[in-house]
Design a protein around this ligand. Structure first.
Ligand code: HEM
Length: 163
């Protein structure tokens, strides 16, 4: 909920406002509904598509990245942008995918999806640091298509007694 300066008279009043959130080059136009008590509520993002976002400066902390709803991230799967999500941070791999040392094929199934556990299977913090310049935003609730398999396979079943 965002406080408004004026006192709009009814719910039916619909206005298009600009919300200045995140870095200046990441402004998005959003549709706002005003209420009786003078507050305005975000109803729906207008004009909010993956193409609206571009990578942010590496110096920007993760919690200051623009928040991009999971619905927009999922919609990116059918867009021209190759977004992937690692630990709720969105990386634009559109150009990087052809440069990825592990090849393009491994990144393709994750367009518009979370791939956190898969990333951590093959990389460490150093690779995540390299990905910093690809960050476009932060998100929450984006699905990973694949269930994580157990990391370690024991040499014998639980409870087995071979001694
Ligand atoms: C923005 C995200 C990513 C970045 C910046 C990145 C970066 C890299 C880098 C730098 C390497 C070379 C590592 C080395 O030579 O030791 C690599 C290799 C690799 N990456 Fe990624 N990667 C990303 C996402 C992913 C994802 C999501 C997957 C899997 C689903 C993946 C799978 C692999 C594989 C299989 C290799 C080869 C590993 C090997 O040869 O040992 N990568 N990646």
């Amino acid at each position: 909920m965002i406080e408004s300066n004026d006192s709009p008279s009814c719910w039916s009043q619909m206005r298009l406002l600009r919300i200045f959130k995140g870095p200046a080059d990441h402004l998005a136009e959003r549709l706002i509904k005003t209420s009786l008590n003078g507050t305005v509520e975000l109803v729906e993002d207008a004009n909010n598509t993956p193409e609206c976002y571009s990578p942010v400066p590496p110096s920007l902390p993760d919690d200051e990245l623009p928040f991009i709803p999971a619905s927009i991230v999922s919609a990116s799967a059918t867009s021209g942008r190759h977004w992937i999500v690692i630990d709720n941070i969105i990386y634009d791999c559109t150009d990087f995918i052809t440069e990825h040392p592990g090849g393009q094929e491994v990144l393709k199934p994750f367009k518009g999806h979370d791939c956190s556990w898969q990333f951590w299977r093959f990389h460490g913090k150093q690779e995540l640091q390299q990905a910093r310049e690809l960050r476009v935003g932060r998100t929450s609730g984006v699905r990973n298509k694949f269930k994580e398999r157990p990391r370690f396979v024991g040499l014998r079943p639980w409870g087995a007694d071979y001694l």
